[in-house]
Write a protein that binds this ligand. Structure first.
Ligand code: ZN
Length: 510
């Protein structure tokens, strides 16, 4: 869709044409700091459009430009001043962008840093540490800053005090375009910031801000969306070779529904995008309906759910675009559920998510939406359930004995399993863990299971059938990964519900 960006460009190289400049809406240009350069010939729909931007590597923005201009984009790198002066030619002197923030990462220098410095520091440090969320919490006489990294909250030191936290919260609310006089209602907003680490090292980060009143002030949670973070190849998700093969075969079907289930933060999105990237061989049309778009996938038509285009409306519109593959988000009600099932029975591969604890549970969940048993049995190809466990740091891994409590909980499941754990070292910030690995179970809906679903069989019967046909649970998968020294027993117990471990243990002891 886009060509390689030029490394060195300056504005004077390009003629500016008012009509061409106005091909992009002004608010979009000012918010994202992009500008159309040169003269665009309206009679040549295949011509490439040159667009000046701060970060030509911002794949997500390039995709949006491609959609808006309906042409391929040739990005060139310009500085903020050049872009703003070019925009003046097209639109006249405009308002300065307030929500766009350029952060040059550095620790706050002075002994009493102000709120602007503190917020810049918190936003950039969290990205540096690859955090997924920032939590700022106020208590009487105290304030906490914690970052969620690899799924676990870590306390951070800052210069924020109970006296200065309100200023920090206000600064965040201003950047996110929230009402700073409102302290009693929850508010949501977003901040787009450019993290600028000097020449050629800039990235645009989207922050989703949620502010909620608390007894001691306001609590802020900021979700970090680094759309340039890139995709994980299917081979690196942590699936066994067998499971990868089966999953890819399923996705190669001409039609059907494949669900990925698990709680928030279990890696569902990562898995879906990896699968999409694998399917994306240029022969299929792939469309996604997302809220928000978390990763950019080249040559995939990604659409953002918006107030103008709510989820159910967007899904119906996208199906008219003749896709082979439709990636939808969560199936949450009868409407999205029947859209998914119908699409999956009329020549589309549909990928979706559900919030259920395990794979078998999703059949009950679909029934709970009042979807028809026969329709479910017809459309559903498979359900993949997953969790993310932290990986043992390979620099400090050592053998570990299970505790008495763990021996009781796991019983015979621990037989012959040698446990490992990280002692903690500089490499893993003394946590004993580094990065994460998926624990999976893949329930394939075969003819036997179809019959049971149509016959109205309940979860226990479905589960028994699956077990009798060599279905491996997440607990089995976790134990294999523990035995391979990839993760710990503590992690298995942390991420998989207790009753699933007990159920797997009891089945083994029969
Ligand atoms: Zn270590």
């Amino acid at each position: 869709m886009s060509q390689e960006p030029d490394d060195f460009s300056e504005l004077s190289q390009y003629p500016l044409d008012r009509n061409s400049l106005r091909l992009l809406p002004e608010p979009f240009c000012r918010r994202h700091l992009v500008v159309v350069l040169g003269k665009v010939d309206p009679t040549a729909p295949n011509a490439t459009v040159t667009v000046g931007m701060l970060d030509p590597d911002n794949a997500h923005l390039l995709a949006r430009l491609g959609d808006l201009l309906e042409r391929s984009i040739h990005p060139v790198r310009l500085n903020r001043y050049e872009i703003e002066s070019a925009l003046e030619t097209g639109f006249g002197k405009g308002p300065r962008v307030t929500a766009d923030l350029v952060i040059k990462p550095r620790p706050p220098s002075r002994t009493h840093p102000n709120a602007v410095e503190l917020v810049d520091y918190i936003l950039s440090m969290a990205v540096e540490k690859k955090a997924s969320d920032i939590h700022i919490e106020s208590y009487p006489g105290d304030v906490d800053l914690r970052l969620r990294i690899d799924g676990i909250l870590h306390q951070m030191y800052t210069d924020m005090s109970p006296e200065s936290v309100q200023e920090v919260v206000n600064r965040i609310k201003i950047l996110a375009e929230l009402d700073i006089t409102e302290h009693r209602k929850p508010q949501d907003g977003r901040i787009q910031a450019v993290i600028d680490k000097g020449e050629d090292n800039r990235k645009v980060i989207d922050y989703r801000v949620s502010v909620v009143p608390s007894p001691a002030g306001e609590d802020v949670v900021i979700r970090i969306l680094d759309s340039g973070a890139g995709l994980v190849p299917v081979t690196q998700l942590g699936m066994s070779a067998d499971m990868q093969r089966v999953l890819l075969q399923l996705l190669n079907n001409p039609e059907g529904l494949v669900l990925v289930t698990g709680p928030t933060g279990s890696g569902k999105t990562t898995t879906l995008y990896s699968a999409l990237a694998q399917l994306n061989d240029g022969r299929r049309k792939i469309i996604t309906a997302e809220d928000p778009i978390e990763y950019f996938v080249p040559k995939v038509n990604q659409k953002q759910v918006s107030t103008h285009m709510p989820y159910a409306v967007l899904l119906r519109a996208l199906l008219r675009q003749d896709p082979n593959v439709l990636l939808m988000g969560e199936i949450r009600d009868l409407e999205t559920g029947s859209t998914a099932l119908n699409a999956a029975r009329t020549g589309h591969i549909v990928l979706g998510t559900l919030h259920t604890a395990d794979a078998v549970g999703s059949i009950g969940r679909l029934r709970g939406l009042e979807l028809d048993d026969t329709d479910i049995a017809d459309a559903l190809l498979a359900v993949l359930a997953q969790r993310l466990a932290r990986r043992i740091c390979e620099k400090c891994a050592e053998p570990r004995e299970p505790t008495e409590e763990q021996k009781v909980l796991l019983g015979r499941l621990l037989e012959g399993v040698r446990l490992m754990a990280g002692r903690g070292c500089d490499h893993c910030h003394h946590t004993g863990y580094r990065k994460r690995i998926g624990l999976f179970e893949l329930l394939v809906v075969d003819a036997g299971l179809q019959d049971l679903i149509v016959a109205g069989a309940h979860n226990a019967q479905l589960r028994k059938y699956a077990r009798d046909h060599s279905f491996k649970t997440m607990v089995d998968d976790g134990l294999e990964k523990i035995a391979a020294g990839l993760t710990t027993l503590d992690e298995l117990i942390r991420v998989i519900p207790y009753r699933h471990i007990v159920a797997t243990r009891d089945e083994r002891q029969k």
